[in-house]
Design a protein around this ligand. Structure first.
Ligand code: I3P
Length: 109
């Protein structure tokens, strides 16, 4: 699965709140491949190696949990992703349908 997702980092590893200055929203081209959610700067191009930055932004979703972000109302179609290392991301999808699809696919892993 792939598509545009806008990310906000809410908590870092060990569940500590992401400090100010790193809590902004950023748009990515997301690609779910195996147990990894790649958050890429640009759309995937075949036959190119994944860049250093894109690797840094990749999220391991094994043992992660995706839910609708019911406690976040500033934006629509936002899901909450909790990873096994206690990070928390808010991810905004372009539509309700896309959000539900990402939740379903992430929790299937
Ligand atoms: C954050 C940025 C986010 C905002 C967040 C700010 O600043 O303005 O958009 O979240 O508020 O801290 P920075 O880019 O300097 O990290 P919202 O869009 O959800 O308001 P927060 O600290 O209340 O999460």
């Amino acid at each position: 699965k792939h598509g545009v997702l806008t990310r906000k980092s809410h908590a870092d590893m060990d569940g500590k709140r992401t400090p100010r200055g790193r809590r902004g929203w950023k748009k990515f081209y997301a690609v779910l491949k195996g147990m990894i959610l790649y958050l890429q700067k640009d759309e995937y191009k075949p036959d190119t190696d994944i860049s250093e930055v894109d690797l840094k932004n990749a999220v391991r979703i094994h043992h992660a949990l995706a839910t609708r972000a019911t406690d976040y109302s500033k934006r629509a179609n936002v899901l909450k992703l909790k990873t096994s290392d206690w990070r928390v991301f808010l991810l905004q999808a372009p539509s309700e349908e896309e959000m539900m699809s990402w939740i379903f696919r992430i929790n299937l892993v």
